[in-house]
Design a binder for this molecule. Structure first.
Ligand SMILES: Nc1ncnc2c1ncn2[C@@H]1O[C@H](COP(=O)(O)OP(=O)(O)O)[C@@H](O)[C@H]1O
Ligand SMILES: [Mg+2]
Length: 348
């Protein structure tokens, strides 16, 4: 992804949901009408991002740090790390949040196809308040620089030292306020080269703070067990935030899970007008947890697919078997096996 892709994604409105169709009206639709309705429903459901309460809290905390940094005198700013298990929704959240920051900074200019600004008198440059790059396995300084340069539309070649100078110049020219380094667990942090990468991250943070009072955000899986968060200088200025999968081990946690299922399921349920309103929140809550292990993305997918199947078959009931017929990630298979074992145990 580069700055243009980011701009497009940040400024494209979410697809609109079709109006719900009752099962009687559904029967009356032509084959083409049904296809069209189902297609629009599928598009809308798959594009929906569910901002759970924990995600909302992380987003508010991010806002707070980034905004406060902008009010500080130039210099090394507090950094942020967002860590969570694989597939917990880190990238989804950071992009969703970053799009909002991006639109906020650009204001009316967000509507332009290619927003520009003037970093200094007589100079016009693309305006790119947010840089978002995804690191690759064992990323070195040169590779991180290459990713940032490519994102900003520059040729990525050159020695590490030269590209670092070009990156710093580009951050200034394009008014970068936030640099998001996604999949930061990929940073090379062991060996002598690893040390240099960590020093580089600190340097990048200091420079971004000096030129634009900007913030570096490290996003990654299980960052707490990587060398990044052990570095004393990084730790000293780092705030770590975590997003975890939902659990159902206590009454409070169950209630939060049901809250999430309401967020995930209420809109799709409007498309099953005869279904029980508490279908997901009460009847299927535990089974959905078993299949998804409490991961928001998986829960969203499971609800969407099962509702689409039900609309397609003109059913207003979704059963455990219907949920089980939806394919999810391999991780959820573990949940399915657990669920099968559990239901066998209960039957006995
Ligand atoms: N809040 C959410 N709402 C809807 N789908 C989500 C949400 N969070 C994650 N997903 C989906 O779950 C999957 C994994 O999310 P992703 O953000 O890539 O996780 P991570 O970066 O933590 O590995 C993606 O398919 C994504 O679309
Ligand atoms: Mg990710």
């Amino acid at each position: 992804m580069d700055a243009h892709d980011w701009h497009r994604q940040a400024t494209t409105p979410a697809p609109t949901w079709p109006d719900p169709v009752s099962s009687t009206d559904f029967v009356g639709l032509s084959g083409e009408g049904r296809e069209d309705y189902l297609c629009r429903l599928r598009v809308a459901m798959n594009a929906t991002i569910v901002v759970s309460k924990p995600m909302e809290a992380v987003a508010a905390h991010l806002d707070d740090i980034v905004t406060t940094n902008r009010l500080r005198p130039p210099g090394a700013m507090p950094m942020i790390a967002v860590t969570a298990p694989f597939s917990a929704g880190k990238s989804t959240l950071l992009k969703h949040w970053g799009f909002g920051v991006y639109r906020g900074v650009l204001g009316g200019k967000a509507k332009e196809e290619r927003p520009t600004w003037s970093p200094q008198p007589g100079v016009i440059a693309d305006w790119v308040p947010v840089v978002y790059v995804t690191l690759m396995a064992s990323s070195s300084i040169k590779e991180i620089n290459a990713l940032i340069l490519l994102y900003l539309g520059y040729p990525p070649e050159g020695l590490a030292r030269t590209t670092t100078t070009r990156v710093l110049h580009a951050l200034r020219m394009h008014g970068v306020q936030v640099v998001i380094l996604d999949d930061a667990h990929m940073l090379r942090t062991t060996s002598a080269q690893g040390r240099a990468v960590l020093d580089y991250i600190k340097f990048l943070n200091t420079e971004l703070g000096e030129v634009n009072k900007g913030t570096v955000i490290l996003v990654g899986a299980h960052l707490e067990s990587t060398a990044i968060l052990d570095d004393p200088q990084i730790r000293a200025r780092l705030t770590t935030m975590t997003i975890d999968a939902f659990q159902i081990t206590t009454i409070e946690k169950k209630a939060a899970w049901q809250d999430l299922l309401a967020m995930v399921g209420n809109r799709p349920l409007q498309h099953l007008p005869n279904a029980a309103p508490d279908l997901f929140v009460a009847k299927l809550a535990q089974h959905i947890w078993r299949r998804t292990q409490g991961f928001v993305g998986e829960a969203t997918r499971l609800v969407a697919r099962s509702v689409l199947d039900a609309v397609h078959d003109r059913r207003s009931v979704i059963t455990h078997d219907d949920l089980d017929s939806v394919d999810l990630s391999d991780r959820s298979l573990d949940g399915q096996i657990d669920a099968a074992t559990a239901s066998r145990k209960t039957r006995r």
